[in-house]
Design a binder for this molecule. Sequence first.
Ligand SMILES: *Cc1c(COP(=O)(O)O)cnc(C)c1O
Length: 400
Amino acid sequence: MSNLSRSRKLVPVDRTFGTAINPHPCNRAWLEVDSRAIENNARVLKRFIKKDCLLMAVVKADGYGHGSETVAKAALEGGADSLGVATLEEGIELRKADLDCEILILGNLTNREELLSCFHWSLIPTISGIREAIICNNIADTLNKKFAIHLKVDTGMTRLGCNFNETSEIVAKIDCLKNISLEGIYSHLALADNDSRDITGSKSFTSIQLNRFEKVLQNLGPRKKSLCRHLANSAGTLSDRCFHFDMVRVGLSLYGYYPVMELEASLKLKPALSVKARVTLVRDVEKGTGVGYGHIFKSERNSKLAVVAIGYADGVSRALSGKISASVDGVLVPQVGAIAMDQMVLDITDHPNISVGKVVTLLGADGEMFISPQEWSDISGSIPWEVLCSFKNRLPRVVI
Ligand SMILES: *Cc1c(COP(=O)(O)O)cnc(C)c1O
């Protein structure tokens, strides 16, 4: 035994209590996920898209932080036809949760081991070229089966996908692989959610991508009819039905947000996530008192402060320090001082009735009050997508 462990003091722990004394998830800080909002959004989106167009619910990154299983089930309940994930592991997790719809992996699987696993779990890989198609063919060949794949075409994102000028050639080569079943062809928009003005103008980059994709399909002749063709993310889906083709891949809007504010009028989505935490201490301080690390806030009057048990280790970016407000009973209260790892402070001088145990809403709906991820991302120089998937596992998820 080392000196260190000999000197370590052991405390008696009774582990026989089991789960009966586990803390309630809403003691400190938590995420509330409204699964009915997700279901509603899927239904609204399904009604909005072109007739006979399929809706793929994109549930990558643990369902944009909402919990992929919860979100996937709610979306399917609301009429989504298939699921999209980024990684092999995300797909397997959904299969283990008994989801048996089509699941497309949007990321690239590159080696035989990954693709073999993909095949065994009946997940559809995205293929960007002949290299991976051959690996898939070999896998299916040894099992005497067919491997279903989607081919991705790069029309200007310059990330995954084959060159749009070489697509016909690649499709022809893939079609020669007897154990491959090419079932879909798709591309991804680079600017649709970046610049609302981009999507409409005929010279916009989004329309250039659309033209390239249409050209690719045209060059495939009748072969294209047996392929599931898809191009649109949330922004493409909401902005114009010309982007819909046979399927749309919706992430952000499934969770209740508009990728471009101008699109808000087009359909009624309901945000599904809220971030909540409790007041753990209320205290009075005199004028001129520095608050928190660095004293970046000093009280300008005798003040009442509330300490709230949530911080950047929970996913509330430190870049938001002193620039956000939280909602308490539907009233906005300013956050002051540096957001710390586990805690932050609110100035409740004007709301002295707030007491220990009070629930504070950092993000999402609180009665009539609503704080959007866009507000946070505007302050922190981020985007709503990143805000949503920044919440950490330390926050328990409560599905309502
Ligand atoms: C993430 C992703 C989407 C969904 O994008 P949203 O803007 O969240 O709707 C669609 N397609 C691909 C390929 C993606 O990676």
